[in-house]
Design a protein around this ligand. Structure first.
Ligand code: GLN
Length: 253
């Protein structure tokens, strides 16, 4: 009897462990595409009213999933951990992610789907207007982003202060803990509107920031790259892509 109970216990523990560990299992089965994002980047990704990630990127990847005949599962994670998770915890990432040389060392990108620029948010009474003015400032940015690297590497004497959420950087601007925020154009516009009595948004072109391009990050050498590119082409040709731009992005510009 004792032996039987011990065996039963072992079986129960084993099943419990399998259930508990299942959630960590690496991404893809053939018809499920696990996609990582960071839902702190409106209008591309944010938490919708139902508590789930929503936004342009989320809608786009779901449409791509339909074209590929795959169910899309979205995992919300920190922006800075997305690239390293591709190919293990997630199959792909869509996160307003700029194609950069550094990221290309570890992932492949789809064709670009959106042009982006870094913008500057300052307090409403700030005189900041030129690249010169950015020097020796405390600059709030989202951790692991191109905006962070500009502040950290390209601006003399500036101190880059990283936040997990862009909105927290903007809150610290309002509190006076940072002098400005560097963040992508579209979230900058959203935050600028949300806090329009306290901050103003400046076009990155006046600081000489270069254009960036968003693309979907995929495992190096993955056959998904071609498939995703074909799906993107089809969605552009059949009007779905433009409809999503209208729904999620226009009106925030
Ligand atoms: N486009 C920027 C980057 O790729 C920021 C993206 C984001 O914060 N979601 O680094």
């Amino acid at each position: 009897m004792k032996k039987f109970l011990a065996m039963l216990l072992a079986v129960v523990m084993c099943v419990a462990c399998m259930t508990a560990c299942g959630g960590n299992e690496a991404a893809s089965s053939d018809n499920v595409l696990v996609v990582g994002t960071n839902a702190e980047f409106p209008p591309f990704e944010y938490i919708g009213d139902d508590g789930n990630p929503d936004g342009f990127d989320i809608a786009l990847i779901k449409e791509i999933g339909k074209k590929l005949g795959m169910e899309v599962k979205v995992e919300n994670m920190e922006f800075g951990s997305l690239v390293a998770a591709i190919g293990s915890k997630i199959d792909a990432s869509i996160a307003g992610m700029t194609i950069t040389e550094e990221r290309l060392e570890s992932v492949d990108f789809s064709d670009p789907y959106y042009d982006a620029y870094q913008y500057v948010i300052v307090s409403i009474d700030s005189n900041i207007a030129t690249f010169e003015d950015l020097k020796y400032q405390n600059i709030g940015c989202q951790l692991g982003t191109t905006g962070f690297y500009i502040a950290d590497e390209d601006i003399e004497g500036a101190k880059a202060i990283g936040y997990n959420k862009g909105v927290d950087a903007v809150n610290d601007l309002i509190n006076g803990r940072v002098d400005l925020v560097i963040i992508d154009k579209n979230p900058a516009m959203v935050f600028g509107e949300k806090f329009s009595d306290k901050v103003k948004v400046l076009d990155g072109a006046q600081f000489g920031f270069e254009m960036e391009q968003y693309a979907i990050a995929l495992p190096k050498g993955s056959e998904l790259v071609g498939k995703v590119n074909n799906a993107l082409k089809e969605l552009k040709a059949d009007g779905t892509f433009d409809a999503l731009v209208k729904k999620y992005i226009e009106g925030n510009e």
